[in-house]
Structures are given as structure tokens and as C-alpha cells.
Design a protein around this ligand. Structure first.
Ligand code: BEZ
Length: 263
């Protein structure tokens, strides 16, 4: 089940940094003609298209119907499928699994890792990036504090997203037969669009499941309070900077024997 109803229009306009930053992950993936690649959590399909442009065959999957519909509109010639990343299978294994800015939304992470490992041929590679340990901590802390300060019902807050450390995620991958070859956790301070409204826009995009449950006056009060709390930390000159931290992993599917010996 998707965690929220995505708005593909907003996602493609004000939040295009999500896939623009992902373009160097495509370089790391290094797709080649003749390879088959799976893009997990493909959203509106911009990086799926970037992979296809390099000559590889590509399948994009996402659990949001809105996103898949938009991806198909953007690139009708590509293979986009509505699939749950924790419960899917492919007829034929792929040479690589790719995922950008999606795996922090997907729970349980072990199930997603197992499906991704199963989709890979032995020796095939996993190249993924998503929010890592400490990602958007200032924003999330400010949201929680604002909810408490305004005495709102804190059950409106969603389950925390999955932002693992290197050690934690390496353990998850190892368990499903994927050997980690490189892992990097790094800060990626991310400028938000739309000047003073940038943080509101970001929250409206990614925390709509909270904001949509509040009457308009409470929603405004919450946004104002979050802005006040974050102004000293994340406001620079004329725009907001989101405190993103990324976990970037390259791993390889082990042969079943190697996977068992590694346990
Ligand atoms: C992220 O891409 O890091 C992210 C997106 C939405 C909410 C929190 C984090």
C-alpha cells in the first residue's frame, strides 16, 4: 500500500531535485546496452528514462498509481509496473537493481531487500541511494516539537521513515544474500525552491498525510511554528536548506553457497 497519495505535478515541478541529484547515481550504475535493469520506486520515471537513454532495457516499479500513470504519460515506450516493492517478482532476473530516494518509504526493509535480491541474477549489482541515519533530523524534530507545542494529537504523525546506518543496512543486505562492496553516508544539504515558501512546499509534498488531517487554521499554525523553529538552522539568505543525509550502497548478489557460508 502506498503511504500517501502522491501528487506527481508537485513532485515534478518544485521537487525535481529528487531525481536531478539521482543522475550521478545513474553514472555509478553505469547501465550498458544489452543489460536489463530494474528501477525500484521509480516515481514519475525521470531516472528510468535516463537509464534507458544509455541503451539498457529497464523496468520501473512503484506502488503509487498516480506516479505510475504519470511515468507512463512521460515515457509511453518504457515498461512501468504498479508493484509493491516488498512483494514482487520478475519472470527473468535482471543485471542490476537501481533505486533512488525511495527505500526510506518502504517497510519492512527486509522484505524489500529480499525481493530486490531475488530479482537479481547471481553477480548482478544493487545500486541504491536513500535517506540515511540522521536524515532530515532537524525538520522531523521541529515537526514533533510543533505538534506538542500546539497540543495537537500526536497520533497524526506518521511512522518514522527508514533511515538506517551503514552497519544496519549492510546487515539487512547480507541476510538476503547481497554482499556490500561500497557504502557511504554523507550530508547533502539541499536547497528548496520557492524562497520563503520552500519549507512549506516541502512539507506539503512529503507530510501531506499529517497536514491534510488538520483544519486549515491548525495547519497554518503548525507550518508557522515549524518555520520559526527551523529559521535559525535551515534558512540561508533567501531560501531554505533541507538537512538531507544520503546512504549510498553498491552490493552484489552472491551465489547461494557463498551467501550461506557468509552466515
Ligand atoms: C528524503 O528524500 O530524504 C525524504 C523525503 C520525504 C520525507 C523525508 C525524507
Amino acid at each position: 500500500m502506498p503511504l500517501q497519495d502522491w501528487n506527481p505535478g508537485l513532485y515534478q515541478s518544485d521537487h525535481s531535485f529528487v531525481w536531478r541529484f539521482g543522475e550521478d547515481l545513474v553514472d555509478l550504475l553505469d547501465p550498458r546496452p544489452g543489460q536489463r535493469i530494474l528501477d525500484v520506486g521509480c516515481g514519475t520515471g525521470q531516472l528510468t528514462e535516463a537509464i534507458a537513454r544509455r541503451g539498457a532495457g529497464v523496468i520501473g516499479i512503484d506502488s503509487s498509481r498516480n506516479m505510475i500513470d504519470e511515468a507512463r504519460r512521460n515515457n509511453p515506450q518504457l515498461d512501468f509496473r504498479l508493484e509493491d516493492a516488498t512483494n514482487f517478482s520478475l519472470d527473468q532476473p535482471v543485471d542490476a537493481v537501481f533505486s533512488n530516494a525511495a527505500l526510506h518509504w518502504i517497510r519492512p526493509p527486509r522484505d524489500a531487500a529480499r525481493c530486490m535480491a531475488r530479482a537479481l541474477r547471481v553477480g548482478g549489482r544493487l545500486v541504491v541511494e536513500f535517506g540515511g541515519y540522521g536524515n532530515v533530523r532537524a525538520i522531523v524534530d521541529a515537526l514533533h516539537s510543533a505538534v506538542r507545542h500546539l497540543r495537537l494529537d500526536d497520533s497524526i504523525m506518521p511512522e518514522a521513515k527508514y533511515f538506517p546506518s551503514i552497519a544496519e543496512y549492510a546487515g539487512v543486505l547480507q541476510e538476503v544474500g547481497l554482499e556490500v562492496r561500497s557504502a557511504l553516508l554523507f550530508d547533502r544539504p539541499t536547497p528548496l525552491k520557492s524562497g520563503k515558501d520552500g519549507l512549506r512546499g516541502w512539507l506539503r509534498m512529503f507530510y501531506s498525510m499529517v497536514l491534510d488531517r488538520l483544519p486549515p487554521d491548525q495547519c497554518e499554525a503548525l507550518l508557522d511554528n515549524v518555520e520559526q523553529r527551523l529559521n535559525p538552522i535551515l534558512w540561508r539568505d533567501d531560501h531554505w536548506i533541507a538537512d538531507y543525509r544520503r546512504l549510498r550502497i553498491v552490493a552484489v548478489r552472491m551465489a547461494p553457497d557463498d551467501a550461506t557460508n557468509g552466515k
